[in-house]
Design a protein around this ligand. Structure first.
Ligand code: FES
Length: 363
């Protein structure tokens, strides 16, 4: 980011911790926390001894970083008392795949899940509002408490990176590298969801519908209106959506058959596969693939030609076999009709509502 960044409003909170920018009133608590030998040990850039002047510089640095758009630095506080519990920052690299998370927690606030809560809040905000594609998090090899927080938040351990950091004497030291993508966050949230509650399917990123990467999340319906194994049609302006609860989770896609746009929502859902009410086409909502080409034949998503076929003992051919068609414009149109892959709209559940990231809707 290279432009001024505004702190989220309302502030990020999960009712147990809140994240807000630092202010001058935090200086005494920062000074007290940074006397802690663990903070000094695991964060070599923290000055030792740590003074009030260091804390004042730190607060100014965090405010300047918001203004410059170089990082988003939050004080982690108790929502009721505004007492400082720790610090967390999103540090921006040169592109959406080079950003990182860093944090510390004051000694008296440890072992209460403060770091995990703060990491989850900031990671979700980063992925949803800043179009971040990957977040890194690294620790020194002995910092097992921080590594446990990273893994519980859904980061993946990518191994030891040699000479990645420098110690207090500026000697190179190894670091354990973690990373998280938006898919990892969806996985972590699905694992945390109570069993039987609605969760979003994890789908291949390449199946994401065009124009959704930075699109806003738009409310679709209450999650408890859905039941496993069912489909719903939701219409917003000119956009007809299919919401399906498959064994892999909830999928949101256009309610248009990838063959000739028939509404899939009035078809039949069996596992992840929906059968179109026209032409016998069957499509896998979870992989985007065509399971059975329509009876009219045509081109598949890779451009391969499939013959028309007969579903049930017609006069032209035995059931399931290729049907010969006399040349005509219609036959030619059917032959050239391409059955594309189903694309999905990224979805989430917030406060019991299902939302999807949709391209801008017409007024
Ligand atoms: S419109 Fe769905 S298979 Fe033809």
């Amino acid at each position: 980011m290279s432009e001024p960044l505004s702190p989220p409003n309302p502030p990020l909170t999960d009712e147990v911790v809140s994240l807000r920018p630092f202010n001058a009133d935090d200086v005494p608590a920062i000074v007290a926390a940074c006397q802690d030998t663990d903070i000094q040990r695991w964060i070599p850039m923290i000055p030792v001894p740590y003074t009030e002047a260091d804390a004042r510089r730190y607060v100014l640095m965090t405010l300047q970083a918001w203004h410059d758009g170089t990082s988003a630095e939050f004080a982690v506080v108790d929502p009721a008392s505004d007492r400082l519990l720790g610090s967390i920052g999103l540090h921006f690299g040169p592109n959406p795949r080079r950003h990182a998370v860093g944090y510390w927690v004051a000694p008296e606030a440890r072992r209460r899940g403060v770091a995990l809560r703060a990491v989850r809040l900031v990671v979700r905000w980063g992925f949803e509002h800043l179009a971040i594609e990957r977040l890194a998090l690294w620790t020194l090899p002995g910092n097992v408490a921080s590594q446990a927080v990273a893994e519980r938040a859904g980061f993946r351990n990518e191994g030891v990176i040699r000479n990645w950091e420098a110690d207090r004497d500026d000697h190179p030291v190894d670091a354990v590298m973690f990373s998280m993508t938006p898919d990892d966050l969806a996985d972590a949230e699905a694992i945390d969801a109570p069993s039987g509650s609605p969760r979003i399917a994890r789908l291949p990123r390449e199946l994401r519908a065009t124009g959704t990467r930075t699109a806003p999340f738009i409310d679709l319906l209450a999650a408890d209106e859905l039941t496993p194994g069912t489909m719903r049609r939701v219409t917003l302006a000119e956009l007809d959506l299919l919401v399906a609860w498959t064994p892999d989770g909830i999928v949101v896609t256009a309610d248009r058959c990838p063959h000739m746009s028939a509404p899939l929502s009035i078809g039949v859902l069996n596992g992840c596969v929906v059968a179109c009410p026209l032409h016998e086409g069957r499509f896998d909502l979870c992989t985007g693939e065509t399971v059975q080409m329509p009876t009219t034949g045509g081109l598949d998503a890779d451009g391969r030609y499939h013959s028309p076929w007969s579903p049930a003992a017609p006069s032209a051919a035995p059931a399931g076999e290729a049907r010969l068609e006399p040349p005509s414009k219609k036959a030619e149109a059917r032959r050239l009709t391409r059955v594309g892959r189903l694309r999905h709209f990224p979805a989430r559940i917030r406060d019991g509502r299902l939302e999807a990231q949709l391209p801008i809707l017409p007024e």
